[in-house]
Ligand binder design. Structure first.
Ligand code: UT7
Length: 327
């Protein structure tokens, strides 16, 4: 029994924040941002809108596209580092919004690798034979934890959500393999230090801006280039594939230079690498499912095509997955 992706969906909030807008907010330039990251615009939620709202939109599209009724859903897995509240979970909020009466669900914290962690988890539930319809959604409202006076981070991130419906299949399509890793020794290089049980929110944590993302960009960049390139090439060799077998590489969208390095290492030509960082920036757990949905929409993927995905993020977390497209 394999777990096949039977529907894809994305939601991007309407509000656009361009590099030119950011030029008016911090000491940066469109030229610097484009050259160093590949980003031109990013989307931001409107006031009152949060991660569960975006995930709910994704869940509704997934149900519509697959003709699924909400009471048929068995499990909702949400990858996010920006839940609406510490608890209840985003999964509980989505369940309530779509009135899915016969399921359970949970949030999963894997930062930028969150969607791959969630997809592997969802696939294993389906492969067990006990779960028929599993929603796997990555949703992040990065604007809620970004300091818009810090040019090191505010130019990088955007808000968005994307997801898939997983269902069992007797075919050889679906999630083929996953290589996933975690290494907490890199934790301090990309962190939101305040607001958890170690540094509960207080006037002091707010004054010290501990509720915002802090990143040592250079260190993360170095590990991300190696981590993503190594794991992508490892999963290809493990499955006896080469870059030529890959119809589409859908990498996490954190920096165009990191993506280019991973693609080069795997010998995947540019035209088979999905890039949308220019439009949306880094939407953390949402980048890969947003990219997948765009590729499905524009007809890039046909039955039997092999898709490679890869990601690297806070933790450090990183990983790579192979999917054979089709139901
Ligand atoms: O998805 C989660 C994982 N995250 C990542 O993968 C992000 C990895 N890191 C990166 O993508 C890059 O390191 C950044 C895009 C964050 C930074 O690019 P960089 O080429 O590594 O720049 P840098 O940090 O070495 O900074 C170079 C210069 C510095 O100035 P000085 O010290 O040389 O005078 C920075 O202060 O650029 C400056 N700088 C900026 N200048 C204009 C940093 N941010 C900006 C900015 N605009 N927004």
């Amino acid at each position: 029994m394999n777990a096949a992706i039977t529907a894809t969906a994305r939601y991007l909030p309407k509000r656009v924040l361009s590099n030119f807008d950011l030029e008016k907010m911090v000491d940066t330039s469109d030229e610097w941002i484009r050259a160093r990251t590949g980003i031109e615009t990013r989307r931001l939620v409107s006031k009152g809108q949060a991660s569960a709202d975006m995930a709910t939109e994704v869940a509704k599209i997934l149900m519509e596209r697959s003709n699924t009724k909400s009471d048929e859903i068995d499990l909702i897995i949400i990858a996010t580092v920006t839940p609406d509240t510490m608890f209840p979970s985003t999964a509980a909020r989505v369940q309530h919004s779509i009135a899915a009466k016969n399921c359970w669900g949970f949030d999963l914290s894997g930062a930028c690798t969150g969607f791959l962690y969630a997809l592997e988890s969802g696939a294993r539930f389906v492969e067990s034979g006990d779960y028929k319809k599993v929603l796997v959604i990555g949703t992040d409202t990065m604007s809620s934890i970004i300091d818009y006076t810090d040019r090191n981070t505010c130019v990088l991130f955007g808000d968005g959500a994307g997801g898939v419906l997983l269902e069992p299949t007797e075919s050889n399509n679906g999630v083929l393999d996953a290589l996933l890793r975690i290494d907490g020794s890199g934790g301090d290089a990309l962190i939101m230090p305040g607001g958890g049980s170690l540094h509960p929110p207080s006037v002091d944590t707010v004054n010290k801006k501990m509720h915002y993302v802090r990143q040592d960009g250079k260190t993360v960049f170095k590990f991300a280039v190696k981590g993503m390139a190594d794991i992508s090439s490892d999963i290809l060799s493990k499955n006896n594939f080469t870059g030529e077998d890959i119809k589409l590489f859908i990498p996490h969208q954190a920096n165009k230079r990191i993506i280019d390095a991973a693609a080069k290492r795997c010998k995947i030509p540019n035209e088979r690498v999905l890039i949308n960082i220019d439009k949306y920036g880094n939407t953390t757990a949402a980048t890969i499912p947003i990219g997948l949905d765009e590729a499905v929409e524009d007809g890039t993927l046909q039955d039997g095509d092999i898709v490679l995905t890869a990601s690297f993020g806070a933790g450090f977390t990183w990983g790579s997955m192979l999917i054979r497209w089709g139901k």
